[in-house]
Ligand binder design. Structure first.
Ligand code: FVH
Length: 284
C-alpha cells in the first residue's frame, strides 16, 4: 500500500519536501494557508485540501514546515491530532520544542522535533542533514519517509529540545565563521586581491579549521586551559593587527571590535597565558 504523508506548509522549503515525496510515489496530501502555492504540486500528483482538518486526517504521518512554532500552534489549534505522528521541521528554540512536545502529548500525538540544516535546493541528497529529537517511536515511524527528504538523519535522543539546540549551535558556528570571512574579504579587497581566491583558500584549509574547532571543544569539555601552543594573548594580537590594518586601509572593523572586546575581558580576568578555550570562561 502507498504510504500516506501530509505536508503542512508550502513555502520555499515545504514545497520541496512535498515534491520529493510525490516523486517517490507516496500518497501526499498538502495544505497551505495560501492555496495558490499548491498549484504546481497538484499538477505533479499531490492531493490538495484547503481544510486543515481533512489534511491532518488524511495521513498517520504529518510533517509541518511553516514559518515558526507560533504558526504551527495557530494552524493546529482546533485540529484532532490524536494518534498522529507529527514531525515539526519549522525552525525554533529548544524551549519552543519542549512546549510543542507537551502540547502534542496532551492531545494524544506522538511528536518528533526536527531542524533542517540545508537550503531547499540541497534537500533530498544523501548528505543533507536534519537534526531530530523527541519520541523514539515517532522517529522509528517516520525514519523511512524522512530519509527521502534528507539522507543524513541525526537523531539526538528523546529530549524534545535537543534538535533545536544542535541546529542553533551549528548555525552559530557556521555564521560565526562567515562573519570572520566577510571581514577577511574586506582585507583582501582593500589590497586589490580576489575574494574568490580567499574562498578557495579557506575551502582548501577547512579540514585544519575543523581540527582547531574540535581540539578547542575538547579543551572546554575537559576544562583544560593551561599549556597553550598559541596563548590567548597571541591570538588577541592578531585582532590588534586587524584593527590597525582597518585604520590604515580605512575599512570598517565591527568584527575585530567584537572579538577584541571578548579578548580584553579574558586578558582582564588573567587568562592571557591560557589556551584560546579560556574565552569560554568569560562567556560563562
Ligand atoms: N528556506 C530555507 O533555506 C530554510 C532552511 C532551514 C530550515 N528553514 C525553516 O523552514 C521553515 C519554513 O521555511 P520556508 O523557507 O518554507 O519559509 P517561507 O518560504 O517563508 O514559507 C513560510 C511558510 O509558513 C507559512 N506561514 C507563515 N505564517 C503562517 C501562519 N500564521 N499560519 C499559517 N501558515 C503560515 C507560509 O504560508 P503562506 O504565507 O504561504 O500562506 C508558508 O507556507 C522556517 O521555520 C525556516 O526557518 C528553511
Amino acid at each position: 500500500m502507498q504510504e500516506k504523508v501530509s505536508i503542512i506548509g508550502l513555502g520555499a522549503m515545504g514545497s520541496v519536501l512535498a515534491h520529493l515525496l510525490v516523486q517517490e510515489k507516496l500518497a501526499v496530501t498538502v495544505w497551505n494557508r495560501t492555496a495558490a502555492k499548491a498549484e504546481r504540486l497538484i499538477k505533479d500528483g499531490a492531493n490538495y485540501t484547503d481544510d486543515i482538518h481533512a489534511a491532518v486526517l488524511a495521513s498517520p504521518l504529518v510533517i509541518i514546515c511553516v514559518l515558526d512554532y507560533a504558526a504551527t500552534t495557530e494552524i493546529l489549534r482546533d485540529v484532532d491530532i490524536q494518534g498522529k505522528t507529527i514531525v515539526q521541521l519549522s525552525t525554533g528554540t529548544p524551549q519552543d520544542a519542549r512546549e510543542m512536545a507537551v502540547m502534542m502529548q496532551s492531545r494524544g500525538a506522538s511528536y518528533l522535533d526536527g531542524a533542517i540544516l540545508a537550503t531547499p535546493s540541497q534537500m533530498g541528497q544523501p548528505s543533507t542533514p536534519i537534526f531530530l529529537s523527541g519520541a523514539g517511536k515517532a522517529f522509528e515511524r517516520s525514519e523511512a519517509v524522512l530519509k527521502i527528504l534528507a539522507g543524513t538523519l541525526l537523531y539526538m535522543g528523546d529530549a524534545p529540545g535537543a534538535a533545536a539546540a544542535w541546529d542553533l549551535a551549528a548555525l552559530s558556528s557556521m555564521f560565526g565563521m562567515m562573519f570572520g570571512f566577510f571581514h577577511g574579504a574586506r582585507i583582501i579587497e582593500a589590497e586589490g586581491l580576489q575574494v574568490a581566491a580567499l574562498g578557495n583558500m579557506i575551502s582548501d584549509i577547512s579540514p585544519v579549521l575543523g581540527q582547531m574547532v574540535k581540539s578547542t571543544a575538547d579543551d572546554i569539555q575537559q576544562e583544560h586551559y593551561t599549556s597553550p601552543q598559541s596563548s590567548l594573548e597571541l591570538c588577541a594580537l592578531s585582532f590588534e593587527l586587524m584593527m590597525r590594518q582597518a585604520a590604515e586601509s580605512n575599512i570598517q572593523s565591527p568584527f575585530p571590535v567584537f572579538a577584541l572586546e571578548l579578548f580584553n575581558k579574558a586578558r582582564a580576568a588573567g587568562y592571557g597565558e591560557e589556551r584560546l578555550a579560556a574565552i569560554m570562561k568569560v562567556l560563562r
